[in-house]
Ligand binder design. Structure first.
Ligand code: ATP
Ligand code: MG
Length: 269
């Protein structure tokens, strides 16, 4: 695979201060008014952070990412981005209050979400052209450049059904990068892949990390979590139970709940 660097947009220097990038303030989310998945959650993310969210199945990790992507509402609290209102709760519902901030967030999901009737290039250029009004030629040029950097230059005209799982996920990452996000959200992007394809996708994420891309990553792969994270956040029962550097959380967890979780998952690996 071509391991040339992926160029990402660096946030402005003044966004590097703590609390100035993503800030969750007392966020509450429940499904159907009863299943609480975010129970007064507070979280500060710096622009140079790579947060890895870990926690038991059903603890609300995907819900948190979907909220940040504007795909799910919250019922209480606020989310700021760059110190400005991004998502606000009102009357038991919420809305993304800044489309401009919303356009700076990209997401890659566990299951490939490529459009099956479009080629790789068709998938890449759709949103920049239709949503952002960019011209086709510049989108194609940018798409070719990204595909080359992700080792997919020979797949430009392929359809998703002609790609391996790892290739599809790399195309999904390239598609998100086409919109030049400042923050990338990754929800278990390798968990549906065969083991030999996991590495090629994780390598791409490591390249982005080296380029200082701000990321929030949900993964059950504790080895990868330890490698890529600047900060690990352990969630359970709608709350952040513990957070710290990878060495702190994996090497010396303070909370019994964290230790119990890590014991369980590390013995499975
Ligand atoms: N749209 C929905 N409507 C109702 N309940 C939902 C919805 N989406 C998720 N849930 C429930 O909310 C809880 C948290 O789900 P979520 O997918 O956020 O967990 P998760 O931490 O990502 O779990 P996993 O590790 O298994 O992916 C689960 O009990 C789930 O069944
Ligand atoms: Mg999930």
């Amino acid at each position: 695979m071509n391991t040339a660097e992926v160029v990402v947009n660096m946030p402005p220097a003044n966004a590097m201060e703590a609390g100035q990038f993503i800030q969750l303030d007392n966020v509450f989310k429940a499904y159907n008014n009863e299943l609480v998945v975010m129970d007064g959650m507070n979280l500060d993310m710096r622009a140079d952070d790579r947060l890895v969210i870990i926690g038991p199945s059903g603890s609300g990790k995907s819900s948190l990412l979907r909220v940040l992507m504007g795909l799910e509402g919250i019922q209480g609290g606020d989310i700021n981005f760059h110190g400005q209102p991004y998502i606000k709760s009102e009357n038991n519902d919420s809305k993304v209050v800044s489309d401009e901030l919303h356009s700076r967030v990209g997401m890659v999901f566990q299951h490939y979400t490529l459009f099956p009737h479009l080629t790789v290039m068709g998938n890449l250029i759709l949103a920049p052209m239709k949503v952002h009004g960019k011209d086709k030629q510049s989108c194609i040029a940018k798409g070719r450049e990204l595909l080359a950097r992700l080792g997919l230059e020979d797949k430009v005209d392929y359809y998703p059904s002609q790609l391996s799982g790892g290739q599809k996920q790399r195309v999904a990452i390239a598609r998100a990068l086409m919109l030049e996000p400042e923050l990338m959200l990754f929800d278990e992007v390798t968990s549906a892949l065969d083991p030999e394809m996991v590495t090629e996708v994780q390598n791409v994420m490591m390249q982005l990390a080296e380029q200082k891309m701000a990321m929030i990553i949900v993964t059950h792969d504790m080895h990868f979590a330890r490698e890529i994270a600047t900060r690990v956040v352990f969630c359970a029962g709608g709350k952040i139970v513990e957070q710290g550097t990878p060495d702190e959380v994996f090497g010396n967890p303070k909370e019994a709940r964290t230790r119990e979780f890590l014991d369980k998952v590390l013995h499975l690996n």
